[in-house]
Design a protein around this ligand. Sequence first.
Ligand SMILES: C[S@@+](CC[C@H](N)C(=O)[O-])C[C@H]1O[C@@H](n2cnc3c(N)ncnc32)[C@H](O)[C@@H]1O
Length: 253
Amino acid sequence: MQSVIQPRPWRCCRARRIKADYQVARSSHAGRIAALYSRLAWLYDPFTDHELPHHLRAVELAAIQPGEAVLEVACGTGRATALLAQALGKDGRMQAVDLTPAMLAKARAKLARLGLLERVELRQASALALPHADNSFDLLYNSYMFDLVDSSQMPAILAEFGRVLKPGGRLVLVDMSKQGGGRTPYEWLYERGLLSFVSGACRPVLMRPLVEAAGFAEVSREYRKNRSLFPLNWLHGSEIVTARKPASETGTP
Ligand SMILES: C[S@@+](CC[C@H](N)C(=O)[O-])C[C@H]1O[C@@H](n2cnc3c(N)ncnc32)[C@H](O)[C@@H]1O
């Protein structure tokens, strides 16, 4: 990912703490992201009102069957986790991980409020080193994470996703994206450091070629416009990329 550019001078205490987070552990991707999302957890849901319809569509595409083994990586505040747990049914059980304890706390509270907590095992973990055995899951769901991950780490994370999926298992990715390959007004603002705080350090990504390069099969992409109360979210869209781990033993991943 492009290095995080310093935001403009801040006035209130919370904003000063957020600014400090940008300066923490710049050499450590995980440390920087966890520090940033510790601060953003309280306002994540209200400012990402455009994401719910994309999750609804992505969960539909995931075509979850009762009894399937499901893992969500980077579950955040648990917005998609709740949808996945509902789709699994009352006897379903799933796993969800995230790097940031504050986001996991939000997810736990949300799932408890919705009566879904017993269906989900929440753990702190990095997408780069998942604490799960090879070939464990029928479905891996991951949303709005690759758009903040350093580009150099994407292949390793996709390989890790391939490792924990069963042969034939499904991958569903949802991310901030754009319609074509050109630079968008959003990216113009992002590159000048004008969005570092409000965007949660995210920028549009195009995951399909990377998923193909990682050896997944049946890769497809759906681009979707955002609808939001916040004009910033009108400057980009979202993509849903679905794929399957090859069923054959010899195929990668
Ligand atoms: C923009 S939020 C999205 C949360 C959730 N997936 C959603 O769509 O509502 C990004 C989340 O990714 C998590 N994250 C970032 N990098 C991660 C990594 N390497 N491993 C696990 N979680 C990560 C952050 O802690 C944060 O909760």
